[in-house]
Design a binder for this molecule. Structure first.
Ligand code: ADP
Ligand code: MG
Length: 761
């Protein structure tokens, strides 16, 4: 390079700059004209407030000017926009600040590497080059120290190494020794002099004496004007024009920007694990709360639970039950049962649908109670001391289920029922195995009030899992829940041969007595004094007519009666008058037959719609027994539901605001780091993306943590979680994820706006 055609790197022509505040206008620079060349070590000096920093900031592209023109490598800058200045700062200027402006939580090596990566270097190359620069400033021993651990002088060396790493022609330094003692300050200045061999170094100092021996040019500023500009320490020795090592050019496209942003996000996470933990914890709390709120919203979307339940159609109030028939009206086959049982979210299929509405009473003094009273006799009769026993049913919440719903695997002890009166239940040990006890049965919707049946049942199996359910043999379920008890048929009997008519026409509970054969039946013994009870067997009667007549849905008798002559056993039974014992043969003839209706039990009410839809596709007609039995809204429950929905909606909005405000203020602590990144050349676009990557990462971790925790709690059997998890299908999950990412997006966007404002100041 010949001295003669040496072009100035930077040239200022009549630059003026004023600061405007509400009360005053300060003219910081007045018509300053200067030019700078490679190899110069310029000291700008002057008293405090004279405009030194303003001048340096304009040279460094950190501040704008009002008048005049600045040429960079001979090119004017009047048409420069924000992006051009950003590019200028990025590629043309290395900065050294009085306060070092390091990223404190980064290692020494990382601080230098950052500049190189931002300039487009690959990681490995950046590491090698960074080591070279650290060696040049004498910090090669410290590369793994955190920047905060260094002494002041070392910090300034590091900031110089970082400026070097940008590989620019120009290095600007504003009071680089301002915070250093004089000896360390001297070292820094001598280092800068060293660099000025192949750089243009422009340094602001109010302590010129310290720099005097090193600099090659002294510019004095007073009140915004250049009052002297002299060359000093000039020697004849020609500085060798060194070609500095150039970074391989990197195309700084979107992908590269994302990579750099992701890299810095990762470095932030790694170098500040405490902060990462804090953010993740905060976001986890937010995500867990939103998970609950969204789940509650879906749980309360359906309002059936706010309506009253009527047990006239289905006595069992169980919202997980679906009563199902074939769409073609044909009987349900074993194949049908298997098909239904294999559907998703189906717990079990009970082939005895009707028995599922029959109450049972197994435990005396819990389920039922006996009452004793003296029989009142008519005065004409001899006084009696006879005591009658009546039974009252206390717990009407237990309903039959058949063994269809369990298998051998569910048993801890014993076996599955084989005979009709064998049952399986839960007990803590096997002490009850083999014991027999009385069990009563009633049904609100299948039988008339006051009708009950009882039989001795034997416990043949003990379940592993604790439950209140008792599983009855299929035979008993089919006997009690036979299709005729749906009142399709009605029993008409007690033929009076004198009056020539049936005295009684009412439903009975037809039950099987294995000791009866052929046409034999046993009717109840009744109090002969209650003469309105025509069910009583006439004394001495041995033959009666039993007749069935079809009834329609309104229970009106239709069609011709079907009659049977029956043999009545002389022995009377001990049931109420509405139970009629008969032989298996007779029972099968009139009550036996195919099953047309089964009960499906779902994992949760939440799956009702999904299962009904699936059933329809497979050729079945299902109804939620719960839904068709609910009617009028119950005000309290309706209000409760609305309050819960309100709370959830409010909660989700409150979370949104809390996150934006709290996180943004936590993130604010970092603004200084972004300031540094900006001056070591990171584009604003990339800076903005760092937070998306970093916070997005924390959010992802928080979301995963929430889901894992939810699944753990669900399987641990925590009721609230279990209840809402049933409602978590694809859409709620998507909403949950979307909500949390939207929160992060809004938070980061809001932070970035704040950041942009700060960085552009
Ligand atoms: P020096 O670095 O020589 O001490 P500066 O260049 O910082 O001086 O400041 C020059 C003048 O401009 C001072 O009077 C200062 O108060 C004023 N000034 C500098 N920066 C601003 C600003 N951002 N807003 C308003 N006035 C400013
Ligand atoms: Mg200053």
């Amino acid at each position: 390079m010949e001295q003669t055609d040496k072009k100035p790197i930077i040239e200022l022509q009549n630059i003026s700059k004023s600061y405007y505040s509400e009360t005053a206008v300060t003219q910081a620079l007045r018509k300053v004209s200067l030019s700078f060349e490679l190899g110069e070590f310029v000291a700008i000096t002057g008293e405090s407030g004279s405009g030194k920093s303003t001048l340096l900031n304009i040279i460094g592209g950190m501040d704008t000017f009002d008048e005049g023109e600045m040429y960079i490598y001979g090119e004017p800058t009047f048409q420069y926009d924000d992006l051009d200045w950003e590019d200028y700062r990025r590629t043309k200027i290395g900065y050294v600040f009085q306060d070092y402006s390091l990223i404190g939580h980064y290692s020494v090596l990382d601080n230098v590497m950052s500049a190189l990566v931002i300039m487009g270097a690959e990681q490995d190359a950046a590491r090698e080059m960074a080591r070279k620069y650290l060696k040049q400033v004498g910090l090669d021993e410290y590369e793994n120290h955190r920047a905060t651990e260094l002494s002041s002088g070392q910090k300034q060396r590091l900031s110089i190494a970082r400026a070097l790493a940008k590989n620019t022609d120009v290095i600007v330094a504003d009071e680089p020794t301002g915070n250093l003692d004089s000896e360390t300050g001297n070292q820094i200045i001598s280092l800068l002099k060293e660099l000025s061999k192949d750089h243009l170094v422009i340094m602001v100092t109010h302590n010129y004496d310290q720099a005097e021996a090193y600099v090659s040019r002294k510019i004095r500023i007073h009140d915004g004007q250049v009052i002297s500009d002299v060359l000093v320490n000039q020697t004849d020795e020609k500085k060798p024009a060194m070609e500095r090592e150039k970074l391989p050019a990197q195309e700084m496209n979107l992908r590269w920007q994302n990579r750099v942003a992701a890299l810095f996000a990762k470095r932030n996470r790694k170098t500040q694990p405490g902060r990462a933990f804090l953010f993740t914890t905060f976001l986890f709390i937010i995500s867990a709360a939103s998970f609950l709120f969204i789940g509650e919203l879906f749980l309360h979307k359906d309002d059936y639970h706010t309506r009253g339940y009527s047990n006239s159609v289905f006595a069992r109030e169980d919202d997980t039950r679906i009563s199902v028939k074939r769409a073609d009206g044909k009987p349900i086959t074993d194949e049908d049962l298997q098909k239904m049982a294999s559907m998703r979210n189906v717990v079990c299929v009970d082939s005895c649908d009707l028995a599922n509405d029959i109450n049972f009473y197994l435990d005396e003094d819990k389920d039922y109670e006996y009452h004793y009273s003296k029989v009142l006799k008519r005065p004409v009769e001899a006084p009696s001391n006879a005591v009658t026993q009546t039974v009252s049913f206390e717990n009407t919440s237990r309903f039959m289920k058949s063994t269809d719903c369990i298998s051998e695997d569910d048993l801890a002890f014993g076996r599955m029922p084989e005979a009709r009166n064998e049952i399986v239940l839960y007990a803590s040990d096997d002490s009850r195995l083999g014991s027999s006890q009385k069990c009563y049965f009633t049904s609100d919707n299948l039988w008339q009030s006051g009708q009950y049946y009882f039989t001795d049942v034997t416990i043949v199996g003990i379940l592993k899992e604790k439950t209140d359910d008792v599983y009855f043999s299929r035979a008993l379920c089919q006997m009690l829940g036979n299709p005729s008890s749906l009142a399709e048929y009605r029993l008409t009997y007690a033929w009076d041969s004198v009056l020539k008519l049936y005295l009684v026409r009412r439903p009975v509970i037809p039950v099987i007595n294995d000791s009866l054969k052929g046409n034999e039946v046993r009717a109840s013994a009744t109090d002969p004094y209650k003469d309105n009870d025509k069910m009583a067997m006439p004394p001495g009667a041995s033959e009666m007519i039993l007749s069935w007549q079809a009834v329609n849905e309104k229970k009106d008798v239709v069609g011709d009666p079907i009659e049977d002559t029956i043999q009545v056993q002389a022995e009377r039974n001990e049931y109420t008058s509405k139970v009629l014992e008969m032989s298996q043969e007779l029972f099968d003839k009139h009550y036996g037959g195919e099953t047309y209706q089964a009960s499906i039990y779902m994992t949760s009410y939440a799956k009702t719609d999904a299962i009904l839809k699936a059933l329809e596709k497979k050729g079945y007609v299902g109804v939620s027994t719960y839904r068709i039995s609910t009617g009028e809204y119950l005000e309290d429950l309706v209000n409760q539901r609305l309050i819960i929905i309100g709370i959830c909606a409010f909660g989700l909005i409150a979370i949104l605001l809390a996150e934006i405000l709290i996180l943004r203020s936590l993130m604010r602590i970092r603004v200084k780091d972004y300031f540094v990144l900006k001056f070591i050349g990171m584009k604003m676009q990339v800076i903005k993306r760092i937070s998306y990557f970093e916070m997005g990462g924390y959010a992802l971790a928080a979301i995963l943590l929430t889901l894992i925790l939810a699944w753990i709690l669900r399987f641990a059997g925590v009721t609230i979680i279990k209840d809402i998890m049933w409602y978590y299908t694809l859409i709620p999950y998507l909403l949950f994820a979307l909500y949390n990412f939207l929160l992060i997006f809004l938070t980061v966007a809001s932070f970035n706006r704040l950041l942009k404002g700060r960085l552009n100041q």
